[in-house]
Design a protein. Structure first.
Length: 149
């Protein structure tokens, strides 16, 4: 009689178990706290043949989504680099990497990389009555397919 099959172990990951790094024109902008976007999608062309046949998908061009990144505004590092960021809008080459970490904070697997241009810089919002963290935000227009390497 064959031994029973043991199901594979599940090793889920939380959203806080990643490290995201950004470089601008080859210079490190360090680790960022929040990343949204970066999806890799496609346009879709559908054809509807006669005779009430099923729709035919003709596929479509690949369309990478923009990435938005945020982190706590650093009075020393970010203040010193803010003019570099503003001057790079619309033209600065950006690389974003995201790598999973284990429960001890060690990286594992291959990082995923996106490349593109710096589209937007948002200097922290201000509210004299708020006590929220001041976040700097950048947006990257992704120029191609992400790659794990």
């Amino acid at each position: 009689m064959a031994a029973p099959q043991i199901p594979p172990r599940q090793a889920g990951t939380r959203q806080d178990m990643f490290v995201v790094r950004v470089t601008l024109m080859g210079n490190s902008l360090g680790i960022w706290d929040k990343k949204t976007g970066g999806e890799y999608d496609s346009d879709e062309v559908k054809y509807y043949p006669g005779g009430m046949n099923k729709v035919v998908s003709l596929g479509g061009r690949q369309t990478p989504g923009n990435i938005t990144l945020q982190r706590l505004y650093d009075r020393i590092d970010d203040a010193g680099a803010i003019n570099t960021l503003f001057n790079a809008v619309g033209k600065g080459a950006v690389t974003v990497s995201q790598r999973a970490m284990d429960l001890d904070g060690n990286g594992y697997g291959k990082p995923v990389y996106w490349t593109g241009k710096l589209k937007r810089v948002l200097f922290p919002d201000v509210d004299s009555e708020a006590q929220a963290a001041a976040l700097i935000e950048i947006e990257v227009t992704v120029d191609g397919q992400p790659a794990a390497k």
